[in-house]
Design a protein around this ligand. Structure first.
Ligand code: 4GX
Length: 246
């Protein structure tokens, strides 16, 4: 997969893409992340990429000729051009999965007051990372890249990928514990040290369902349940036992 990121601030991406899983994915040649400085497509002596808005007003607007020239230079037959903006479709895991199937993604980061409207002629999708206002599209581009790259086959280790398969399915994560077995008098749930793998799997699924029900009931409404999940939800809702032991 190839991801081109068009920005006036390519240096902002160095640290987040230079460590951990995203770094490893690039080293393994599973993904090529290409940082492109929009200024390189300015033709004037000052390499000006932004200008004052027609009609007046505060702030600067990213110039359409530069954006269009940059995208024409990077285009491939299979590419999708995405502009990060609060006006876009709000990112979720379903949208991330759709993007992970694209062989070539071009992410356009706007700054200042946005981009000249005529850039829309080369944009395929507008995506927002949430309903709040940032200073630019760079952090949203990092979020999209991180979420997409971890779904590229081979990027996650087999253990991590297995977790994605079983629980990347619209439920929150179950609680995790590590040594020591007792911390400030707080014990690890006995089922986790029972050695009963089937019981552990069922407990984790129940905790995932319970957490999702309590913290993000909206996620449950978007989802269907298999027979085991229905049984566990029934236990959560109707059993009178202490709820913490699962
Ligand atoms: N999810 N921003 C875009 C530039 C801008 C300014 C005005 C249009 C009009 C954001 C988000 C986000 C900040 C990126 C403003 N564009 N992007 N930028 N939330 O807040 O994606």
């Amino acid at each position: 997969m190839r991801i081109d990121i068009l920005t006036l601030f390519p240096e902002m991406f160095e640290s987040p893409f230079g460590s951990s899983i995203i770094k490893r994915a690039q080293e393994k040649k599973l993904v090529k992340i290409n940082l492109v400085n929009l200024r390189d497509f300015a033709l004037d002596r000052h390499r000006q990429a932004d200008d004052y808005p027609y009609g007046g007003g505060a702030g600067m607007v990213l110039k359409a000729d530069i954006v269009i020239r940059a995208i024409q230079a990077l285009r491939s037959p299979e590419c999708k051009v995405v502009y990060l903006t609060p006006q876009g479709k709000v990112l979720n895991q379903a949208l991330v999965k759709k993007m992970a199937a694209w062989a070539h993604l071009i992410l356009l980061c706007g700054h200042y007051e946005g981009i000249d409207e005529r850039c829309q002629t080369v944009i395929d999708e507008e995506i927002s990372i949430g309903d709040y206002v940032l200073t630019g599209g760079e952090i949203p581009a990092m979020v999209v890249t991180d979420a997409v790259v971890r779904l590229v086959p081979g990027v996650l280790g087999s253990d991590e990928a297995h977790t994605e398969e079983s629980f990347g399915s619209g439920l929150l994560e179950y609680p995790q514990y590590t040594r020591p077995r007792v911390v400030s008098g707080l014990e690890v749930p006995p089922v986790l040290v029972s050695g009963d793998h089937q019981a552990v799997r069922r407990w984790r699924k129940k905790m995932s369902l319970k957490r999702t029900l309590l913290k993000r009931p909206d996620l449950l409404l978007q989802r269907e349940f298999d027979p085991e999940e229905r049984e566990l939800l029934e236990e959560i809702l109707f059993s009178r036992e202490g709820q913490d032991e699962g």
